[in-house]
Design a protein around this ligand. Structure first.
Ligand code: KG4
Ligand code: ZN
Length: 343
């Protein structure tokens, strides 16, 4: 087979993104239109507004991706698109566009699971990384600890029982008045605060050492803020951010450490929007170094939602012949490793 050029399209939440990736690992272009300024005034993503912006932006974003890659649409081998999990309206825009594009240009279509895309961002950054490896996907919607056994074959060790890690960052940031999106703002504020200032809880789930829970931590932060207000105690936002972040990082690192120890796996990859968190990257890197495990983490631009990770995941499905028909539909609650729901 000659070079495989895949157009990857991502629109599951608040980024309209498209990229061209060669042979699954080489990014020729990666165009991301972020809707953050639009949603900031509402303090979070408004699904209907997100859908409308995706409709406005998807054509120019795809055109720009093809242009920046220095290729023509006739050079493309296939189109990959996120079909779940995510917000149904935003997903439908990407899926409908990709179906139209593939039909018009006579290109095969590949449906991609968004979480699988996040994991594959590591394969772009590390050209020699291949499964099996352990991966922690931490994003605004997901917190999954999984073993990628092979392409398309995942063993989920644990997941969050309530809020996702990124969701807890966003909620705590709102509570302390840092605004949306909270992750990067808490990351910055925490650098100026004391992580030991407040002793927030590190939740453990009885029965599954790899499962997570973040809603109790969020409540603990809210209770702390309320008690300060009632007793007239001044709130140091940087200390709250640093102490909250330390609790999240501790819990994530401890679960990964245990999973590595119990499985004997020697390769660990971090993925998802929260993987761009500086404290988490450092702590995971240190733990891996101490335990003799190879640590992989993509650059921040490949951690948050992008089209390159979707094109990469699509490549590995495409070469195995796992393409989709024009009956591909958005599946908002799509599970990782779920049997294809299209023909
Ligand atoms: O992967 P992503 O772009 O979208 C989803 O699939 O959800 O992740 C977005 C999430 C948001 O919750 C955002 O606050 C968080 O990633 N995030 C961060 C950082 N950058 C983004 N969280 C902590 N520290 C960061 N530097
Ligand atoms: Zn994502």
């Amino acid at each position: 087979m000659g070079d495989v050029l895949i157009l990857g399209i991502e629109s599951s939440c608040d980024e309209t993104a498209a990229a061209i990736v060669k042979n699954g690992r080489e990014v020729l272009s990666n165009v991301i239109f972020s809707q953050v300024p639009t949603h900031t005034i509402y303090g979070g993503v408004v699904p209907e507004i997100a859908s409308r912006q995706h409709i406005e932006k998807i054509n120019p974003v795809v055109d720009e991706a093809v242009k920046q890659a220095g290729v023509s649409d006739t050079d493309l081998t296939a189109v990959g698109v996120t079909y779940g999990p995510g917000l149904v309206g935003p997903l439908l825009v990407g899926v409908s566009f990709a179906k139209g594009y593939s039909f018009a240009k006579k290109l095969p279509l590949v449906g991609v699971n968004h979480i699988e895309g996040h994991i594959c961002s590591n394969l772009i950054e590390y050209k020699n990384l291949n499964p099996p490896f352990l991966c922690l996907v931490v994003s605004g919607g997901h917190t999954h600890l999984v073993i990628m056994e092979d392409h398309g074959i995942y063993k989920i060790l644990g997941r969050t029982m309530d809020d996702a890690a990124g969701e807890s960052y966003d909620k705590v940031a709102r509570a302390i008045g840092l605004g949306y999106p909270g992750g990067p703002k808490i990351d910055e504020a925490a650098k100026k605060g004391d992580p030991k200032a407040i002793d927030f809880p590190r939740a453990k789930i009885a029965g599954n050492e790899y499962s997570f829970s973040f809603s109790g931590l969020k409540s603990a932060v809210l209770n702390y803020l309320n008690s300060c207000t009632m007793s007239g105690k001044e709130i140091n936002r940087n200390d709250v951010a640093a102490s909250f972040q330390a609790a999240v990082v501790d819990v994530l690192v401890e679960s990964v450490r245990l999973a590595l120890k119990n499985t004997g796996i020697k390769k660990f990859a971090l993925a998802g929007g929260v993987a761009s968190n500086s404290a988490l990257r450092t702590a995971m890197g240190e733990m891996c170094k101490k335990t003799g495990v190879d640590f992989f983490v993509p650059p921040p631009v490949l951690c948050t939602d992008n089209g390159a990770m979707i094109a990469s995941a699509a490549y590995f499905k495409f070469i195995e012949g796992r393409t989709a028909g024009l009956d591909l539909n958005a599946v908002p609650n799509l599970k990782l490793g779920q049997t294809e729901v299209f023909s």
